[in-house]
Design a protein around this ligand. Sequence first.
Ligand SMILES: C[S@@+](CC[C@H](N)C(=O)[O-])C[C@H]1O[C@@H](n2cnc3c(N)ncnc32)[C@H](O)[C@@H]1O
Length: 269
Amino acid sequence: MRKAHKGSYYFPELSNHEEEIELLRQVSLTASELEKSIFKELNISKKAKILDLGCGPGFISAQLAKFFPSGTVTGVDSSKELLRQAKIMQQVEMLSNLNFKHGDIYNLDADVSDFELTYLRFVLQHLKNPVGALVSAAKTLRSGGILCAVDIDDEQSQLHPAPAALKSFNQRAVKWQAASGGDRNIGSKLKKYFLAADLLNPQVMVKTLSSRDIGIDNFIDLLIKTRYPVIPDAEQEAAQKEVEEIYAVANDPVAWGTMDIFVATGIKR
Ligand SMILES: C[S@@+](CC[C@H](N)C(=O)[O-])C[C@H]1O[C@@H](n2cnc3c(N)ncnc32)[C@H](O)[C@@H]1O
Protein backbone atom coordinates (compact mmCIF):
# COMPACT_ATOMS: atom_id res chain seq x y z
CA MET A 1 0.00 0.00 0.00
CA ARG A 2 1.18 3.56 -0.68
CA LYS A 3 2.60 5.51 2.25
CA ALA A 4 -0.17 7.29 4.18
CA HIS A 5 1.69 10.62 4.34
CA LYS A 6 1.63 10.81 0.56
CA GLY A 7 -2.17 10.89 0.53
CA SER A 8 -4.24 8.76 -1.80
CA TYR A 9 -2.63 9.82 -5.09
CA TYR A 10 1.06 9.11 -5.36
CA PHE A 11 1.88 8.76 -9.04
CA PRO A 12 5.14 6.75 -8.71
CA GLU A 13 3.23 3.96 -6.95
CA LEU A 14 0.32 3.72 -9.42
CA SER A 15 0.52 0.44 -11.29
CA ASN A 16 -0.05 1.67 -14.85
CA HIS A 17 1.30 5.15 -15.62
CA GLU A 18 0.19 5.34 -19.25
CA GLU A 19 -3.36 4.26 -18.40
CA GLU A 20 -3.55 6.81 -15.59
CA ILE A 21 -2.41 9.68 -17.83
CA GLU A 22 -4.90 8.55 -20.48
CA LEU A 23 -7.65 8.52 -17.84
CA LEU A 24 -6.81 12.09 -16.76
CA ARG A 25 -6.93 13.11 -20.43
CA GLN A 26 -10.33 11.40 -20.86
CA VAL A 27 -11.73 13.05 -17.70
CA SER A 28 -10.50 16.48 -18.81
CA LEU A 29 -12.03 16.04 -22.28
CA THR A 30 -15.39 14.63 -21.22
CA ALA A 31 -15.82 17.37 -18.61
CA SER A 32 -14.40 20.21 -20.72
CA GLU A 33 -17.74 22.00 -21.27
CA LEU A 34 -18.45 21.84 -17.56
CA GLU A 35 -14.94 23.12 -16.82
CA LYS A 36 -15.42 26.07 -19.19
CA SER A 37 -18.68 26.97 -17.47
CA ILE A 38 -16.75 27.09 -14.16
CA PHE A 39 -13.99 29.31 -15.64
CA LYS A 40 -16.68 31.66 -17.00
CA GLU A 41 -18.45 31.99 -13.67
CA LEU A 42 -15.24 32.77 -11.79
CA ASN A 43 -15.45 36.23 -13.31
CA ILE A 44 -11.72 36.97 -13.33
CA SER A 45 -9.89 39.26 -15.74
CA LYS A 46 -8.89 37.83 -19.12
CA LYS A 47 -5.28 38.82 -18.32
CA ALA A 48 -5.26 36.98 -15.01
CA LYS A 49 -2.22 35.23 -13.56
CA ILE A 50 -3.49 31.72 -12.77
CA LEU A 51 -2.09 28.80 -10.78
CA ASP A 52 -3.24 25.22 -11.43
CA LEU A 53 -2.15 23.53 -8.21
CA GLY A 54 -1.80 19.73 -8.41
CA CYS A 55 -1.90 20.07 -12.20
CA GLY A 56 -0.83 16.48 -12.99
CA PRO A 57 -0.14 16.08 -16.74
CA GLY A 58 -1.47 19.59 -17.32
CA PHE A 59 -4.65 18.96 -19.29
CA ILE A 60 -6.62 21.44 -17.16
CA SER A 61 -3.72 23.91 -17.16
CA ALA A 62 -3.92 23.79 -20.98
CA GLN A 63 -7.68 24.36 -20.92
CA LEU A 64 -7.12 27.36 -18.63
CA ALA A 65 -4.37 28.71 -20.94
CA LYS A 66 -6.72 28.43 -23.94
CA PHE A 67 -9.65 29.97 -22.12
CA PHE A 68 -7.52 32.91 -20.89
CA PRO A 69 -5.23 33.46 -23.92
CA SER A 70 -4.11 36.89 -22.63
CA GLY A 71 -3.46 35.51 -19.17
CA THR A 72 -0.61 33.34 -17.88
CA VAL A 73 -1.02 29.90 -16.34
CA THR A 74 1.44 28.07 -14.10
CA GLY A 75 0.92 24.39 -13.31
CA VAL A 76 2.52 23.02 -10.15
CA ASP A 77 2.68 19.37 -9.14
CA SER A 78 4.71 17.15 -6.81
CA SER A 79 5.18 14.46 -9.48
CA LYS A 80 8.22 15.06 -11.71
CA GLU A 81 7.03 12.39 -14.15
CA LEU A 82 3.63 14.05 -14.60
CA LEU A 83 5.33 17.41 -15.06
CA ARG A 84 7.56 15.90 -17.76
CA GLN A 85 4.38 14.82 -19.60
CA ALA A 86 2.84 18.25 -19.04
CA LYS A 87 5.85 20.00 -20.59
CA ILE A 88 5.71 17.75 -23.68
CA MET A 89 2.00 18.53 -24.06
CA GLN A 90 2.70 22.27 -23.67
CA GLN A 91 5.28 22.15 -26.47
CA VAL A 92 3.07 20.07 -28.78
CA GLU A 93 0.15 22.44 -28.25
CA MET A 94 2.46 25.49 -28.50
CA LEU A 95 0.87 27.26 -25.55
CA SER A 96 3.24 30.14 -24.88
CA ASN A 97 1.25 31.43 -21.88
CA LEU A 98 1.66 28.15 -19.96
CA ASN A 99 4.56 26.98 -17.79
CA PHE A 100 5.13 24.27 -15.20
CA LYS A 101 7.01 24.05 -11.94
CA HIS A 102 7.73 21.32 -9.42
CA GLY A 103 6.33 21.84 -5.93
CA ASP A 104 4.63 20.31 -2.92
CA ILE A 105 1.35 21.95 -2.03
CA TYR A 106 2.23 21.98 1.68
CA ASN A 107 5.62 23.57 1.10
CA LEU A 108 5.57 25.83 -1.93
CA ASP A 109 8.44 28.12 -2.96
CA ALA A 110 7.93 31.76 -2.03
CA ASP A 111 7.85 32.76 -5.70
CA VAL A 112 4.66 30.72 -6.26
CA SER A 113 2.71 33.83 -5.34
CA ASP A 114 0.68 36.82 -6.50
CA PHE A 115 -1.94 34.83 -8.45
CA GLU A 116 -5.46 36.10 -9.14
CA LEU A 117 -6.83 32.58 -9.32
CA THR A 118 -5.53 29.36 -7.79
CA TYR A 119 -7.37 26.29 -9.06
CA LEU A 120 -7.32 22.84 -7.45
CA ARG A 121 -9.08 20.17 -9.41
CA PHE A 122 -9.53 16.68 -7.96
CA VAL A 123 -6.56 17.28 -5.66
CA LEU A 124 -8.01 17.91 -2.18
CA GLN A 125 -9.79 14.52 -2.13
CA HIS A 126 -6.34 12.91 -2.13
CA LEU A 127 -4.73 14.94 0.64
CA LYS A 128 -4.42 14.02 4.31
CA ASN A 129 -4.70 17.60 5.46
CA PRO A 130 -7.05 19.47 3.08
CA VAL A 131 -7.35 22.50 5.38
CA GLY A 132 -3.55 22.77 5.62
CA ALA A 133 -3.40 22.52 1.82
CA LEU A 134 -6.00 25.29 1.46
CA VAL A 135 -4.07 27.53 3.88
CA SER A 136 -0.96 26.94 1.77
CA ALA A 137 -2.88 27.45 -1.51
CA ALA A 138 -4.30 30.75 -0.19
CA LYS A 139 -0.75 32.04 0.31
CA THR A 140 -0.21 31.81 -3.46
CA LEU A 141 -2.91 34.47 -4.03
CA ARG A 142 -2.72 38.23 -4.04
CA SER A 143 -5.21 39.97 -1.73
CA GLY A 144 -8.69 39.69 -3.28
CA GLY A 145 -7.62 36.68 -5.38
CA ILE A 146 -9.90 33.65 -5.76
CA LEU A 147 -9.22 30.16 -4.53
CA CYS A 148 -11.30 27.58 -6.41
CA ALA A 149 -11.43 23.87 -5.58
CA VAL A 150 -13.32 21.43 -7.78
CA ASP A 151 -14.04 18.03 -6.28
CA ILE A 152 -16.41 15.16 -5.92
CA ASP A 153 -18.70 13.54 -3.38
CA ASP A 154 -19.45 9.97 -4.33
CA GLU A 155 -22.48 9.84 -2.05
CA GLN A 156 -24.14 12.23 -4.50
CA SER A 157 -23.45 10.11 -7.61
CA GLN A 158 -26.21 7.98 -9.09
CA LEU A 159 -26.40 5.13 -11.57
CA HIS A 160 -29.75 3.55 -12.52
CA PRO A 161 -30.67 0.78 -12.62
CA ALA A 162 -28.24 0.44 -9.69
CA PRO A 163 -26.54 -2.97 -9.63
CA ALA A 164 -25.94 -4.45 -6.17
CA ALA A 165 -22.22 -4.32 -6.89
CA LEU A 166 -22.27 -0.52 -7.04
CA LYS A 167 -22.82 -0.20 -3.30
CA SER A 168 -20.05 -2.66 -2.39
CA PHE A 169 -17.62 -1.11 -4.92
CA ASN A 170 -18.39 2.38 -3.54
CA GLN A 171 -17.75 1.21 0.01
CA ARG A 172 -14.52 -0.49 -1.02
CA ALA A 173 -13.22 2.60 -2.86
CA VAL A 174 -14.19 5.03 -0.08
CA LYS A 175 -12.59 2.78 2.56
CA TRP A 176 -9.28 2.43 0.71
CA GLN A 177 -9.06 6.06 -0.30
CA ALA A 178 -9.56 6.97 3.39
CA ALA A 179 -6.89 4.42 4.41
CA SER A 180 -4.38 6.35 2.29
CA GLY A 181 -5.42 9.66 3.81
CA GLY A 182 -7.92 10.77 1.14
CA ASP A 183 -11.65 11.48 1.14
CA ARG A 184 -13.75 10.71 -1.89
CA ASN A 185 -16.75 12.36 -0.19
CA ILE A 186 -14.98 15.68 0.29
CA GLY A 187 -17.24 17.74 -2.01
CA SER A 188 -19.94 18.55 0.52
CA LYS A 189 -17.31 19.44 3.18
CA LEU A 190 -15.53 22.04 1.06
CA LYS A 191 -17.34 25.08 2.46
CA LYS A 192 -16.44 24.03 6.01
CA TYR A 193 -12.78 23.58 4.98
CA PHE A 194 -12.66 26.95 3.18
CA LEU A 195 -13.97 28.62 6.35
CA ALA A 196 -11.40 26.78 8.49
CA ALA A 197 -8.67 28.01 6.11
CA ASP A 198 -9.85 31.58 6.74
CA LEU A 199 -11.02 32.34 3.21
CA LEU A 200 -13.53 35.14 2.82
CA ASN A 201 -17.07 34.52 1.58
CA PRO A 202 -16.74 30.77 0.88
CA GLN A 203 -19.39 29.54 -1.54
CA VAL A 204 -20.18 26.16 -3.06
CA MET A 205 -22.04 25.47 -6.26
CA VAL A 206 -22.79 22.09 -7.77
CA LYS A 207 -22.47 21.25 -11.45
CA THR A 208 -23.99 18.02 -12.60
CA LEU A 209 -22.28 15.78 -15.09
CA SER A 210 -24.76 13.36 -16.61
CA SER A 211 -24.76 10.33 -18.88
CA ARG A 212 -26.98 12.39 -21.20
CA ASP A 213 -24.13 14.86 -21.70
CA ILE A 214 -21.14 12.52 -21.91
CA GLY A 215 -22.66 9.12 -22.80
CA ILE A 216 -23.21 6.20 -20.46
CA ASP A 217 -19.83 4.54 -21.22
CA ASN A 218 -17.84 7.67 -20.38
CA PHE A 219 -20.01 8.16 -17.33
CA ILE A 220 -19.29 4.68 -15.95
CA ASP A 221 -15.59 5.16 -16.73
CA LEU A 222 -15.61 8.27 -14.53
CA LEU A 223 -17.41 6.42 -11.79
CA ILE A 224 -15.08 3.42 -11.81
CA LYS A 225 -11.67 4.16 -13.26
CA THR A 226 -10.88 7.19 -11.12
CA ARG A 227 -11.31 5.03 -8.01
CA TYR A 228 -9.72 1.83 -9.11
CA PRO A 229 -6.11 2.82 -8.28
CA VAL A 230 -6.81 3.15 -4.54
CA ILE A 231 -7.88 -0.51 -4.25
CA PRO A 232 -5.03 -2.74 -3.07
CA ASP A 233 -3.91 -5.83 -4.99
CA ALA A 234 -5.48 -8.18 -2.43
CA GLU A 235 -8.95 -6.83 -3.27
CA GLN A 236 -8.51 -6.37 -7.03
CA GLU A 237 -10.19 -9.65 -7.91
CA ALA A 238 -13.31 -8.93 -5.85
CA ALA A 239 -13.39 -5.35 -7.16
CA GLN A 240 -13.04 -6.59 -10.75
CA LYS A 241 -16.20 -8.72 -10.37
CA GLU A 242 -18.11 -5.70 -9.07
CA VAL A 243 -16.80 -3.56 -11.90
CA GLU A 244 -17.98 -6.08 -14.53
CA GLU A 245 -21.48 -6.01 -13.03
CA ILE A 246 -21.48 -2.20 -13.01
CA TYR A 247 -20.28 -1.93 -16.63
CA ALA A 248 -23.03 -4.34 -17.74
CA VAL A 249 -25.56 -1.60 -16.91
CA ALA A 250 -24.27 0.37 -19.91
CA ASN A 251 -26.03 -2.15 -22.18
CA ASP A 252 -29.40 -1.46 -20.61
CA PRO A 253 -31.24 1.08 -22.81
CA VAL A 254 -32.88 2.67 -19.75
CA ALA A 255 -29.56 3.24 -17.95
CA TRP A 256 -28.66 6.75 -16.81
CA GLY A 257 -26.43 8.41 -14.25
CA THR A 258 -25.44 11.72 -12.73
CA MET A 259 -22.41 12.90 -10.82
CA ASP A 260 -22.28 16.09 -8.76
CA ILE A 261 -19.14 18.15 -9.15
CA PHE A 262 -18.66 20.53 -6.23
CA VAL A 263 -17.08 23.90 -7.01
CA ALA A 264 -15.96 25.83 -3.94
CA THR A 265 -14.66 29.38 -4.08
CA GLY A 266 -13.27 31.75 -1.46
CA ILE A 267 -11.42 35.03 -1.47
CA LYS A 268 -7.98 35.77 -0.03
CA ARG A 269 -8.15 38.52 2.61
C1 LIG B 1 -6.22 13.13 -9.54
S1 LIG B 1 -4.81 14.02 -9.99
C2 LIG B 1 -5.58 15.50 -10.69
C3 LIG B 1 -4.68 16.16 -11.69
C4 LIG B 1 -5.30 17.42 -12.35
N1 LIG B 1 -5.62 18.43 -11.37
C5 LIG B 1 -6.52 17.06 -13.14
O1 LIG B 1 -7.64 17.38 -12.71
O2 LIG B 1 -6.35 16.43 -14.21
C6 LIG B 1 -4.18 14.62 -8.46
C7 LIG B 1 -2.88 15.41 -8.62
O3 LIG B 1 -2.47 15.97 -7.37
C8 LIG B 1 -1.05 15.87 -7.27
N2 LIG B 1 -0.65 15.95 -5.88
C9 LIG B 1 -0.90 15.06 -4.88
N3 LIG B 1 -0.32 15.46 -3.73
C10 LIG B 1 0.31 16.63 -4.01
C11 LIG B 1 1.10 17.53 -3.23
N4 LIG B 1 1.34 17.30 -1.94
N5 LIG B 1 1.59 18.63 -3.83
C12 LIG B 1 1.38 18.87 -5.16
N6 LIG B 1 0.65 18.04 -5.94
C13 LIG B 1 0.11 16.95 -5.38
C14 LIG B 1 -0.76 14.52 -7.89
O4 LIG B 1 0.60 14.36 -8.26
C15 LIG B 1 -1.72 14.53 -9.08
O5 LIG B 1 -1.13 15.09 -10.21
